[in-house]
Design a binder for this molecule. Structure first.
Ligand SMILES: *[C@@H]1O[C@H](CO)[C@@H](O)[C@H](O)[C@H]1NC(C)=O
Ligand SMILES: *[C@@H]1O[C@H](CO)[C@@H](O)[C@H](O)[C@H]1NC(C)=O
Length: 760
């Protein structure tokens, strides 16, 4: 089935990426030729010789340009090849180069590393719609609500005049803030305190179709920014059906917008320019809802730039990707990132699918009755064999006029394309039937025709009914919004899964947050053709790890606001060790098949904002600690230097390399002849000065776990205590991954670390 029913998000992204890369190459070839070689955009990282002192940015830029003038036949004129001259945070530049020119630069003093530019997709599955329920509720934010914290959004921009970005009642930006609204000062207020655009890389890659100087032509960035820190907006409604207040997770935090993506994706060169600016401006948290398939960190502009940001104290929240449920499908796996999976919330929009034989199936949709009566319509499953992905050509072989058409979810066309195809072929409605891959995970979209999404088993029932009936009919009946549904949260099918390909020693994803049917601000009335709306302010419902990521960015802002002196690793640790492993009914969190979700689906579990502000203990990591970790990945000195931005010799770090990275989760392998392994961790007391913790182990199957010592005593805040955890095969060990937890329990706190043991 996998071969016939590829995960549509994955395939459309890969396909899309391919198209962009092809068009980028064609563009480069016609754009400039050097000795017959096409020019390509590269990121070139350099290291300033100690005797070189820059007093102005201009001098630094001249030095960067000197690499180009020396490497090319054009001499001084080669300046025009410069795309970005990056400041201290990145130390390097982006330029268009022929391969021989790159080789010449590689031989020059000061050269560190280079890698080609790449286009990354945004991690949402579009679902234009309009739904108004409050985004979050009182339990999410307590005392400070993110006050004093700046969240930098690396995205498609934002809609400055949207009420979600109102500065009313907001305090002025913190004193350290150096950013601004470069395009138009009027965009800035005390909520939205910065807006900068970086799109030179996108233009060179052909990834920017619209040259209109309109802010956020896509909507993705407006949605994610308002999710993270949007101001409260009352009276948001679902096409007149529901109503409520929309508000971001950290409503008192400030937003700084770095427009580094267009609706066609985002390039490393633009992202690196945006991250560099965010660090220099004084942002505290970066929210990054984009990413591609994993490539080594030293060639991944996003991993490189976020390391530099973390090194300067910023917390970095990144989307895990929408390529699930396949294993090893993660984006953004670097250990300095918070890698965010996506799960449902306890709300569903129900539409009953009544089959002619009396069966009633539970569908999910936000279809609006535009006067159409969806009663007793003919039902068709248009396929000759295999599946029905409702491609335009396939539909042309069937008479679907006036009928409700069953389309299988998956294949090469997205949900909206299927609905559009059915609509254009004269169909009256669509039933989107999940295949086994998507299981029970349904999503809401606004389509041009009434639609209902059925889970796998209900979808199969509808198809069986069509097959067995001579005159199949169906009625779609809107049941409306249901709040308090169970089970919730559930990891959704599209959320990318671990284990981490690039760094199996780190358990990824880290955590999950709400990413299905999320309502947030939108630049325009996307449904006007579907529903004839026009109400302002505009909101939209979207799904993706793009949507869960800004929830976690908001939570990071809450934690940072409560504890301004905590390191990025401490903030991450607080979020990870307080995550919930049980759902709202106290049962294990489920996956799309309604089976208990593995650690590779949910990470540490579902984010618990109140807990994260008061974790008791944290597992801290200093930026230098990642260096030994990178050396152990067998990266070359140049590779590690490229990531961390300081000249590194791994051979100088033999001692440090013995230490384990003090990550708040544990991932170990018991492979070939290794029957036992020990890891060391250090916790820092951030709770009550005098406190005692006792260990509780939820044992991975077939693995013996001993912890030493088994109790930890603290007498002051900030005190550090180390312990060792030994894992041993216990005879009953089966090949595969065993899972468990290590929990430090005090009177007030439970500090929980997930454990993943790979056994072979
Ligand atoms: C929604 O609007 C209706 C009618 O205006 C009102 O009776 C109801 O209380 C509102 N519900 C909420 C949750 O605000
Ligand atoms: C990483 O190391 C490999 C092997 O030495 C080298 O070919 C590559 O250029 C390096 N890349 C970077 C970005 O450092």
């Amino acid at each position: 089935m996998r071969a016939f029913a590829p995960r549509n998000a994955l395939f459309s992204i890969l396909f899309f990426l391919l198209l962009l890369l092809i068009s980028g190459a064609v563009l480069a070839a016609s754009d400039g030729l050097e000795g017959g070689n096409p020019l390509q955009t590269y990121v070139v990282l350099v290291e300033k010789p100690e005797d070189l002192v820059f007093t102005t940015e201009e001098e630094r830029k001249n030095w960067h340009e000197s690499f180009l003038s020396r490497a090319t036949a054009e001499g001084v004129a080669a300046k025009s090849r410069m795309v970005y001259s990056y400041g201290d945070v990145i130390s390097g530049f982006a330029a268009r180069l022929a391969s021989a020119e790159l080789e010449a630069i590689q031989a020059m003093d000061g050269f560190v590393a280079a890698f080609p530019d790449r286009v990354l997709p945004l991690l949402t599955t579009h679902s234009p719609g309009f739904l108004g329920l409050s985004l979050s509720n009182g339990q999410w934010s307590n005392s400070r609500s993110g006050e004093g914290v700046v969240i930098g959004m690396l995205d498609t921009g934002a809609t400055p005049n949207h009420p979600s970005f109102s500065g009313t009642g907001m305090p002025p930006p913190p004193a350290k803030w150096k950013g601004s609204c470069e395009m138009n000062k009027a965009y800035c207020n005390n909520k939205l305190i910065g807006y900068k655009v970086f799109n030179l890389g996108a233009e060179l890659a052909g990834a920017r179709t619209s040259r209109r100087r309109v802010v956020d032509t896509d909507g993705h960035g407006t949605h994610t920014a308002s999710t993270a820190a949007g101001a409260p907006v009352d009276g948001v409604s679902v096409l007149g059906y529901a109503n409520g207040t929309a508000v971001g997770v950290a409503p008192r935090a400030h937003l700084a917008i770095y427009e580094v993506c267009s609706d066609e994706g985002c390039t490393y060169t633009d992202i690196m320019a945006g991250i560099s600016a965010a660090v220099e401006d004084g942002a505290d948290v970066l929210s990054i809802s984009l990413g591609g398939s994993s490539i080594p960190f030293y060639e991944d502009g996003l991993a490189v730039a976020t390391f530099r940001a973390m090194d300067k104290g910023l917390v970095v929240s990144c989307a895990a990707g929408n390529s699930g449920p396949f294993p090893r499908s993660l984006s953004n796996e670097a250990p300095w990132m918070l890698t965010v999976a996506a799960s449902t919330i306890d709300r569903s929009l129900r539409t009953a699918v009544r089959l002619g034989d009396g069966q009633e199936l539970e569908g999910e949709s936000i279809f609006q009755p535009t006067g159409a009566t969806m009663t007793d319509l003919p039902l068709v499953y248009p396929r000759k064999s295999g599946f029905s992905f409702c491609e335009e050509k396939a539909l042309s072989h069937f008479d679907v006029k006036g009928k409700v058409v069953i389309c299988d979810r998956g294949g090469y066309s997205g949900r909206r394309t299927k609905a559009k195809n059915v609509h254009e072929a004269g169909g009256a409605g669509m039933i989107l039937a999940n295949l086994g891959l998507d299981g029970y995970s349904t999503v809401v979209d606004v389509y041009p025709i009434p639609t209902a999404n059925l889970g796998f088993s209900d979808g199969s029932k509808a198809k069986a009914y069509v097959k067995s009936s001579t005159n199949p009919t169906v009625s779609l009946v809107v049941k409306g919004t249901v709040i308090g549904t169970s089970p919730a949260p559930v990891i959704t099918s599209f959320s990318s899964r671990g284990p981490s390909l690039l760094s199996p020693g780190i358990l990824k994803p880290d955590v999950t947050g709400p990413g299905v049917d999320i309502v947030a601000a939108w630049p325009f009335d996307v449904d006007s053709d579907a529903v004839g709306g026009g109400a302002s302010p505009h909101f939209n419902v979207l799904s993706g790890t793009s949507m869960s990521t800004p929830h976690l960015s908001g939570v990071a802002a809450l934690v940072r606001s409560a504890h301004p002196d905590w390191s990025p690793a401490a903030v991450k640790s607080a979020i990870i060790t307080t995550a919930e492993v049980l759902d709202r009914e106290g049962k294990p969190i489920m996956n799309e098949k309604l089976q208990p979700a593995s650690l590779f689906a949910m990470g540490a579990g579902h984010v618990n904002p109140a807990g994260a502000e008061d974790p008791g203990l944290v597992y801290d990591i200093q930026p230098d600690d990642y260096i030994a970790y990178l050396c152990r990945l067998r990266y070359t000195d140049a590779n590690v230097t490229a990531i961390v931005g300081r000249r590194i010799r791994c051979s100088d770090r033999k001692e440090a390399m013995k230490a384990d990275l003090n990550y708040p989760s544990i991932s170990v392998s018991l492979h070939r002849g290794i029957n036992s392994i020990a890891v060391r961790r250090t916790v820092t007391n951030v709770g009550e000065a005098s406190s005692g913790y006792t260990v509780k182990v939820e044992q991975p199957a077939g693995v013996g776990v001993t912890v030493s010592p088994e109790t930890l005593q603290f007498s002051q805040v900030g005190e550090k205590v180390s312990f060792t955890v030994r894992f041993s095969k216990d005879g009953a060990s089966a090949r595969g991954f065993a899972e468990g937890h290590l929990v430090w329990v005090s009177e007030k706190h439970m500090v929980r670390s997930p454990i993943s043991v790979s056994i072979a």
